[in-house]
Design a protein around this ligand. Structure first.
Ligand SMILES: *[C@@H]1O[C@H](CO)[C@@H](O)[C@H](O)[C@H]1NC(C)=O
Ligand SMILES: *[C@@H]1O[C@H](CO)[C@@H](O)[C@H](O)[C@H]1NC(C)=O
Ligand SMILES: *[C@@H]1O[C@H](CO)[C@@H](O)[C@H](O)[C@H]1NC(C)=O
Ligand SMILES: *[C@@H]1O[C@H](CO)[C@@H](O)[C@H](O)[C@H]1NC(C)=O
Length: 796
């Protein structure tokens, strides 16, 4: 009964520790590419949602995409071209049946395609949830057309009933390995092989305990194996731990494996796996926390299977309080070592009913429990798993869990990130100009971004984040094929090149990006895609991935100042767009730098606003950015403005300055927009003429009011005895227009947060004072300062 309290206390401790550790972690993407600038190719089927399954058919040049009640064959070179589609709808009868069991007709009782595999050159196999009645079918592609065979097969154990439940599967030599559930409630998990000899897991909590399956893949371990070992199928999932007893539900991440040649046992474990072993998968940050939960895996295959690596993305267990994620990598050999040589855990009973899992130190039966049939077994006359002795089989039936956890390569995460959770990943191995090869991780997030990250000798570096979907929707599937990235979400599919080097506009930008795909080409003066070809003069390319050393970059010609006229009493905006979110922007003001004159400037991420200009504001304004990489400071001049005083312009005939609205200022995110909008400023009045304008305005307004009143009386809108007219005739827009502000920090991408800039009074520094608040519609900020001068006619 101590557990809830203990949990809270423990959790509290973890959080305190965790927050300390996180504060030292920088995981800010260097660049943020907004949706408007992402240059991706998009596909959306008319009225079709939930694009969660993908199959690459290189032989046909297709990306086959499974969605809700539809499958598309898209041109893999340009996915906006749909070559063919088939609809796979639920029958009315099935839908009724599903609804009568209390499920939502439009959400649950539809057919979500959740599995798509290639069987042979001509046939594909797919399964869908089919209104909580999982069903599979065959599909062909011929004469440019997809065709559903209509041979409906039972999909239980292959595809979940519930569209919100995860499952995974892999096709190996026409045998389907799948991890899903067998019943309507989703409470009967199974890892199944559908083949002439079908096998499944034992229904025991020591085997699978409320699992969430995320990934499965084959490793050809029989290849040049001196022990005559078998190929393995690895599966990754999270489940409730049985081995920790300090509180009720603790979720842990697991890797499990079975042998491909497994045929089950003769008496014990009949038609069950005799080679099912599982181990805890470890991926922890710098400080103790609840174990991270696995979300997706990607295998980087190597010709020699021993060099293959599994990359996995994890998220924090209590995502309500601590939204952080991690990527860890595991050597196949480290995993197989734990299974083939590690100790087992065993169950012991303490105090009558309580059970504990402890290290098993007794003698192991021979052959070793869970091992595939190898040369040693064969020489002892055990040719198939059916020949295994009962002792070995009983051992594995009761103790599938290994004592050791699998540790990640280098012992720690390759990427740690706070903020919106990471959901899926793919990894590309890039060989660069110096012949070395680096894994580049593309990680999808829950809010529609892809993060492109590298780990350089323990240093995590997020090259960029790209917003792929307009809405903050989760990336549900990611695939990589020939330098193209394909991502699916609830609303559609996008295709994006792994890199667009032309986004790096200068040598400094190109080199400091540390993007393995790109290098600065000195002769052509542009950031180019690698490899141009190995023979191409390497000396003409500048790339420095580990060091981020841009000292070889040619010096650029000094920048010409832009001349602007200063009109007294005006508000003037001076834009300045830093190339990197990691750069610090500095402004130099006429005659002084820091500290800033009081109440004079509003400093945004991408410029400053100078209000109520006076004579003393004339002069030169210089915006520079300083980016620090590996202890070196790279300073760059981004903009120079010469503000020159101009004699005052006389009274204009329009009411311009009496309303207190601040015109729209574009504070789009990190300011990586290259569009140079001209600074807004315009001609108004000197202080003497203002008084006249006010008077004129007041007079005009009075006349207008009088006219209106008369007109209204005449039209009968107001009775002469009513005193309350229509108030909104004179609107007083005192509130600052609220606008979305995408912060550049690591919690950058939380679009729920809006930021409103306050009037800066500060002595302190480089950033505008700002506050976060939730975007409640109709809730206007009250304590923002009101600008007295308006310069934009459109606001009137
Ligand atoms: C790369 O980016 C540039 C500018 O941002 C854009 O014009 C171009 O279309 C992009 N190229 C690709 C292949 O997306
Ligand atoms: C492909 O697989 C299907 C289903 O197993 C089978 O019926 C068909 O004959 C196979 N076709 C070829 C060309 O192997
Ligand atoms: C399907 O897409 C809708 C959005 O259109 C989303 O609300 C829902 O959660 C998705 N369902 C699944 C099972 O992903
Ligand atoms: C604008 O500046 C002038 C002097 O330069 C000052 O008299 C005036 O009060 C200022 N107006 C506002 C609104 O700050």
């Amino acid at each position: 009964m101590y557990s809830p309290l203990f949990f809270i206390v423990l959790h509290g401790i973890f959080l305190v520790c965790a927050s300390n550790a996180w504060s030292s972690l920088k995981s800010i993407p260097r660049k943020t590419i907004q949706y408007e600038d992402n240059n991706v190719i998009t596909f959306k089927g008319e009225g079709v949602w939930n694009y969660s399954t993908m199959l690459i058919r290189e032989d046909l040049g297709l990306l086959v995409v499974g969605a809700r009640e539809a499958v598309y064959a898209l041109d893999i070179k340009d996915i906006s071209v749909a070559k063919s589609e088939v609809l796979w709808k639920v029958t009315e009868e099935k839908q009724k049946e599903c609804t009568s069991k209390g499920k939502h007709p439009d959400i649950d009782c539809r057919n979500y395609v959740r599995m798509l595999h290639q069987m042979n050159d001509s046939v594909m196999y797919m399964c869908g949830t089919n209104a909580f009645s999982p069903t599979c079918d065959y599909m062909t592609f011929g004469d440019g057309q997809l065709k559903l065979e209509g041979k409906q097969e039972d999909g239980r154990g292959k595809c979940p009933f519930d569209p919100f439940q995860r499952s995974s599967s892999v096709m190996a030599d026409q045998d389907l390995y799948s991890a899903s559930s067998l019943n309507f409630l989703g409470s009967e998990p199974v890892i199944l092989r559908t083949s002439p000899i079908s096998l499944r897991t034992v229904f025991k909590s020591s085997w699978l305990n409320e699992p969430n399956f995320v990934y499965m893949d084959v490793v050809p371990e029989s290849e040049d194996s001196p022990e005559g070992d078998d190929d393995k199928v690895y599966m990754f999932f999270s489940e409730n731990a049985v081995e920790y007893d300090f509180y009720n539900k603790l979720v842990v991440s697991r890797v499990a494996r079975v042998c491909k040649g497994d045929m089950g046992g003769q008496r014990t474990l009949q038609r069950k796996w005799t080679s099912f072993l599982k181990a805890r998968l470890d991926c922890s940050g710098p400080e103790p926390s609840l174990p991270y939960i696995i979300q997706d895996v990607f295998q980087v295959r190597h010709k020699k299977w021993r060099k293959s690596v599994f990359y996995a993305v994890f998220t924090s267990q209590s995502s309500s309080t601590d939204r952080s994620s991690a990527v860890c990598a595991y050597d196949v050999t480290d995993i197989s070592e734990v299974f083939s040589r590690g100790k087992f855990k065993t169950e012991v009973t303490v105090e009558m009913s309580d059970v504990k899992w402890v290290t098993y130190n007794g003698e192991l039966p021979v052959p070793r429990p869970g091992a595939c049939i190898n040369n040693a077994a064969r020489s002892a006359g055990i040719m198939r798993s059916l020949d295994l002795p009962d002792k070995t089989l009983q051992f594995i039936r009761d103790r599938p869990l290994m004592d050791d956890a699998v540790r990640p390569i280098t012992g720690k995460p390759l990427l740690l990130k706070r903020g919106p959770l990471l959901t899926r990943l793919v990894v590309d191995h890039v060989t660069v100009s110096d012949g070395q090869s680096y894994p580049v991780m593309f990680v999808g997030t829950e809010n529609g971004y892809v993060q492109k990250a590298v780990n350089y000798d323990g240093e995590m570096h997020i090259i960029e984040e790209v917003k792929l979907f307009q809405n903050a929707e989760s990336i549900d599937v990611l695939r990589l094929h020939q330098n193209q990235l394909y991502a699916g979400s609830a609303s559609g599919v996008v295709q994006m090149p792994v890199s667009n080097c032309s986004r790096y506009s200068s040598c400094l930008d190109c080199v400091l990006a540390r993007d393995p795909y790109c290098a600065w080409d000195v002769p052509s003066q542009r950031c180019s895609r690698l490899p141009t070809s190995p023979e191409d003069g390497k000396s003409n390319l500048i790339q420095s991935l580990k060091d981020g050393d841009a000292t070889r970059c040619p010096t650029t010609a000094p920048m010409e100042p832009k001349i602007l006229s200063l009109v007294l009493g005006n508000n003037i905006r001076l834009p300045c767009y830093p190339e990197s979110n990691l750069a610090q922007v500095n402004w130099n003001f006429p005659g002084e730098s820091l500290p800033y004159p009081k109440k004079k400037y509003i400093i945004y991420n991408d410029g400053i606003l100078l209000y109520n200009a006076s004579v003393s504001d004339a002069g030169r304004y210089t915006c520079t950015s300083v980016e620090q990489v590996k202890g070196r400071d790279y300073t760059q001049t981004l903009a120079i403005y010469d503000l020159r005083e101009q004699s005052a312009v006389v009274v204009t005939d329009k009411i311009k300055t009496t309303l207190g609205i601040l015109p729209e200022i574009h504070t789009t995110s990190s300011g990586l927009h290259k569009s140079e909008e001209p600074p807004w400023y315009s001609k108004t009045q000197s202080s003497e003429s203002k008084w006249i304008v006010m008077q004129v305005a007041l007079a005009m307004l009075s006349v207008m009011m009088a006219c209106l009143l008369i007109w209204n009386l005449y039209m009968g809108h107001i009775s002469p005895f009513m005193c309350c007219g229509r108030r909104q005739l004179i609107k007083s827009p005192r509130s600052l227009p609220e606008r979305e502000y995408m912060h550049t920090g690591n919690d950058a991408v939380d679009s729920k947060q809006h930021m409103v800039s306050l009037c800066v009074t500060t002595n302190s520094g480089l950033e505008a004072t700002s506050f976060h608040r939730n975007a409640n519609k109709g809730d206007t900020p009250t304590d923002v300062c009101v600008f007295k001068y308006i310069t934009d006619e459109s606001e009137i």
